[in-house]
Design a protein around this ligand. Structure first.
Ligand code: PCA
Length: 321
């Protein structure tokens, strides 16, 4: 008899704790070993600890739950309660999402942070209209050119089979006479192995993640821009949490932002060295190549301002102030 009551009590406790526990899925598009993903996992651990296990967040790395371009809508529609996106992927929806993908507008960590501060109120407003919250962002390391060719100027890029990850990286290809093929990071290794692409622009981080050195030997360190990942939360899912849990999410998010930007800088140094160790030539672009790429950037900023309108101009003014 006593045993029966003990079992009933245990079952009751279990179901109460199951009820009090909330589970969130966090789709992400980059591999588990990437610094962004490691930062997300740390964030999830911090939330778990701060809430005494009340909110469990599962990180789904490498586009295993949703493909990169689908994550935003998944969070908006509540199929995922939280998710990590690459902002520039969504430039066609709203130009402001693409501001951090414009070549040479903000091409260092300091400038990138400054651009983020100018962009943030706009991002928060747009995402709020879409039923989401901006939890934090982290910049990728600076973007350079992976190619098998020797590049003396942009003319040497003609005819390249160019992997694009965003509207802006596809536009660069058009402007230099290369052929853009959109391939997300999770499929990049395969695209290089099968010869679908022979070149692209990205960070040392993604070059290392995708073992680009097995296919391509040159990386031109153009430091052209630093696109940001952003972690978005579904507003209704957030509102359904009790106040202490909400506070824990916000605090862990703020800490993840600080930690992530520092990790990005360290990751830049680390992965560029690892690329070198794996036989990649890390090349400072010639003055001509630099000038040509700068011209591409100027054209793209002009085009972007035309599309983005007064909102875009206000953003650039606020950033440059
Ligand atoms: N890596 C991501 C986006 C920017 C970066 O550095 C990629 O290449 O898909």
């Amino acid at each position: 008899m006593k045993l029966k009551y003990a079992l009933m009590a245990a079952a009751l406790t279990l179901s109460v704790s199951a009820m009090a526990q909330t589970k969130w899925d966090l789709p992400a598009a980059y591999p588990a070993s990437n610094f962004h993903t490691e930062n997300l996992v740390q964030f999830a651990k911090d939330v778990d600890k701060a809430t005494g296990g009340k909110l469990k967040i599962t990180v789904h790395a490498n586009a295993s739950l949703f493909k990169a371009p689908e994550i935003k809508r998944a969070v908006q529609q509540g199929q995922a309660q939280i998710g990590e996106i690459l902002l520039v992927n969504y430039q066609n929806e709203w130009q402001i999402f693409g501001a951090d993908g414009l070549p040479f507008l903000a091409d260092s960590y300091d400038e990138s942070m400054k651009l983020y501060k100018a962009q943030k109120p706009l991002l928060e407003k747009k995402l709020a209209e879409q039923g989401m919250m901006l939890l934090y962002t982290v910049a990728w390391p600076p973007q350079g050119i992976y190619t098998k060719r020797t590049l003396n100027s942009a003319a040497d890029m003609k005819g390249l089979k160019w992997r694009a990850y965003s509207p802006a990286t596809a536009r660069i290809a058009e402007l230099v006479g290369a052929q853009p093929v959109t391939v997300q990071a999770a499929e990049l290794s395969q695209a290089m192995a099968t010869g679908v692409v022979d070149s692209y622009m990205s960070s040392g981080s993604t070059g290392y993640d995708t073992k680009t050195y097995e296919h391509i030997k040159n990386w031109y360190d153009t430091q052209a821009w630093l696109p940001k990942n952003a972690v978005l939360v579904n507003r209704a899912a957030f509102d359904a949490l009790d106040k202490p849990t909400q506070a824990a999410v916000l605090k862990a998010g703020a800490e993840a932002e600080t930690r992530g930007w520092a990790a990005s800088k360290a990751e830049n140094t680390r992965t560029v060295n690892l690329l070198k160790q794996n036989g990649m030539n890390i090349i400072t672009p010639s003055p001509q190549l630099k000038a040509d790429m700068k011209k591409v950037g100027d054209t793209m900023l002009k085009e972007w301002l035309e599309k983005a309108g007064p909102e875009g101009q206000a953003l650039v003014d606020a950033y440059r102030k």
